[in-house]
Ligand binder design. Structure first.
Ligand code: KIV
Length: 249
């Protein structure tokens, strides 16, 4: 399993880092078999796995079940556990919840935004952090690209410099202009992982359901569908139904 230091070494060597979300045992096994560097158990599972409209609708108890399942399915892969909405509302709550993720096998936690004192507290208690800046789905009013105005871009750069200076080994940069993603990548020691942050970040992350074509919704502008698992699944189920109908005839 890659450690945070191994992941930072990849940046130093100019090697790209691959991260993909996965939420359960079976898909974690597939991601590990494919050789992905990191698996993110994102709170996007509220949407992709549970059908909720917002990631705010999932809490620690549900997240823990999925994080533990992924750790069992991919014991040799660096698993990033996403801190759900309000689970990091203050340093002590964040630490207690992060500890629960680490205890079931997560290698680090991901924190959206910069809740006061949380990064400092977790890092001082040896919990590695992947920060998350740019579009922050837990609190965003809309899903438009962030950092387009000078003011917004400056705030994202400030936040990136801040979490970098604290010692976060990695940061997700979501839905920001390519030139901002490139600029931040050049100015921080942390590994930058883009999702709609352009092609010059140190690595990329995608939501598994988008990458594997597991739904029929419109993809976000930055996502690519690499296979059409929805169609394959429907086809498989149809063949199964046909075999049931034909059995014993
Ligand atoms: O929850 C998630 O899947 C995420 C990614 C979009 C980075 O945070």
């Amino acid at each position: 399993m890659l450690s945070p230091i191994d992941i930072k070494n990849k940046k130093a060597k100019g090697e790209k880092v691959s991260m993909i979300t996965a939420y359960d045992y079976a898909f974690a096994q597939m991601a590990e078999a494919a050789g992905v560097d990191q698996i993110l158990v994102g709170d996007s599972l509220a949407n992709t796995m549970l059908g909720y409209k917002s990631t705010r609708e999932i809490g620690m108890n549900e997240m823990l079940i999925f994080v533990a399942a992924v750790c069992r399915g991919a014991p040799n892969t660096h698993v990033v556990a996403d801190m759900p909405y309000l689970s990091d509302k203050d340093p002590q709550t964040a630490y207690d919840n992060a500890r629960r993720f680490m205890d079931v096998g997560a290698a680090c936690v991901k924190i959206e935004g910069t809740p006061a004192g949380v990064h400092e507290y977790l890092l001082s208690h040896d919990i590695p952090i992947c920060a998350h800046l740019g579009l922050l789905p837990q609190t965003a009013e809309n899903f438009k690209q962030k950092g387009r105005t000078e003011e917004e871009a400056a705030a994202i750069i400030e936040a990136a410099k801040y979490v970098d200076s604290l010692g976060c080994f990695e940061m997700v940069l979501e839905h920001i202009p390519e030139e901002l993603g490139t600029k931040i990548t050049g100015m921080v020691n942390a590994v930058t992982i883009g999702i709609g942050g352009g092609k010059f970040t140190d690595g990329q992350v995608l939501v598994m359901h988008d990458a594997l074509g597991m739904h029929q919704r419109k993809l976000p502008p930055f996502a690519t569908k690499f296979v059409d698992m929805y169609s394959l699944g429907v086809e498989g189920f149809k063949k199964y139904i046909e075999s049931v109908q034909a059995a014993g005839k």
